[in-house]
Design a protein around this ligand. Structure first.
Ligand code: NAD
Length: 335
């Protein structure tokens, strides 16, 4: 069966997902696209033999569209996800699910009233081979219970428009989802410590930031977010358990030895680091639609991420330890 897809937002990641759905994933075809930049949508549509429609609502209502991919700007996500649920269509929404926890709850309520999962959120790290291998080790409990986790999220540089709260809202949000998924429990508090600032930053920016999270069972997580580290895109994660540790591998690359030095390249871009994870994410999304049972990150995961990033934002502003207070998880999203 071919799943016919409509894409809302043909910007950077929208175009990348369209390429992926067209060239990498079998059983999917992008049949309609839209963008507020109509010329861009028309150009993208003509490249793949799809139709460019005037608005996101037109894409969702199109009878030829089975499932919707939302890759427009964050503040528009909730409206499109709610409309897709109302139309009874599967919807893959890039992070964030919505820009407020209240809107995430509206989405959860709408999905519950339909009685089955239609929404998947684009937390693609869950599809990375290294993180998956780590989760397998943790789930087996071969090393006992996890106690601590040390993480780092480093980017070479960020543009001037990147502001301090984005360190948790746009950058650490990936670790926030990964921590919850790897440990299979919720985060209950967040704290942000400000180390000495790097000279290699725009004046307004707090960089680096040192974030501390605590989970419901008492696991402590430290996360260094350093978005002007200069040297590359570098993701680190090590979980310390009762009888051993498990650590994310660095991406494989050749080792060059010359002139008394041994060196390996460092990736520069998140698209290179997580390209295979994005591919896998869409392969499995289409397969789960075929099965009629979504298995990827849910609206609940989008909600929990929103509440936790709100706590992180408050923690940055106040310097305090801020509690993460979630509603009770509905049965639809498991225990
Ligand atoms: P972008 O600005 O390159 O593209 C967004 C596109 O959406 C633009 O072409 C814009 O014109 C269009 N758009 C905005 N409002 C619209 C509307 N109401 N209807 C139709 N089109 C609309 O941004 P991007 O970098 O591609 O990011 C898009 C989303 O993907 C963001 O939410 C971002 O956080 C997310 N994202 C996720 C990851 C990840 O690692 N999972 C990576 C990059 C981006």
């Amino acid at each position: 069966m071919t799943v016919h897809i409509g894409v809302i937002g043909t910007g950077m990641i929208g175009q990348d997902h369209i390429r992926r759905l067209t060239d990498v994933v079998t059983g999917a075809e992008v049949v309609a696209v839209t963008d507020v930049d109509g010329a861009r949508a028309a150009e993208v549509a003509s490249g793949i033999g799809a139709r460019a429609l005037p608005t996101g609502q037109d894409v969702i209502a199109d009878p030829l569209v089975d499932a919707v991919v939302v890759t427009s700007w964050g503040p528009t996500h909730a409206e499109f996800v709610l409309a897709a649920i109302a139309a009874g269509k599967y919807v893959f929404c890039e992070k964030p699910l919505a820009t407020t926890a209240e809107d995430c709850l509206r989405i959860i309520e709408a999905e519950q009233s339909v009685g089955r999962r239609l929404v998947q959120v684009g937390f693609m790290r869950r599809y990375d081979a290294g993180y998956r291998a780590m989760k397998e080790v943790l789930d087996s409990r071969d090393l006992g219970h996890p106690l601590m986790m040390h993480c780092a999220h480093r980017n070479p540089t960020v543009p001037e428009a990147y502001h301090s709260a984005m360190a948790v809202q746009d950058t650490a949000v990936h670790e926030i989802d990964t921590i919850r998924w790897l440990l299979d429990e919720e985060i209950v508090s967040a704290q942000v410590i400000r180390p000495r600032r790097t000279a290699n930053r725009f004046e307004h920016l707090v960089d680096p930031q040192f974030m501390l999270f605590e989970t419901a069972s008492g696991v402590r997580v430290d996360l260094e977010v350093f978005v002007n580290c200069q040297f590359g895109y570098d993701i680190q994660c090590e979980t310390v358990c009762e009888t051993g540790t498990v650590r994310l591998p660095d991406p494989a690359d050749v080792i060059v030895k010359t002139a008394a030095v041994q060196r390996t390249g460092v990736l520069q871009d998140w698209k290179d680091r997580f390209g295979a994870a994005f591919d896998r994410e869409f392969v499995e999304w289409i397969a789960s639609i075929d099965d009629g049972r979504l298995a990827g990150p849910s609206a609940w995961d989008g909600y929990a991420a929103a509440v936790t990033t709100d706590a992180g934002t408050e923690a940055l502003e106040t310097g305090r330890v801020v509690s993460v207070r979630l509603k009770d998880r509905p049965d639809l999203y498991g225990s």
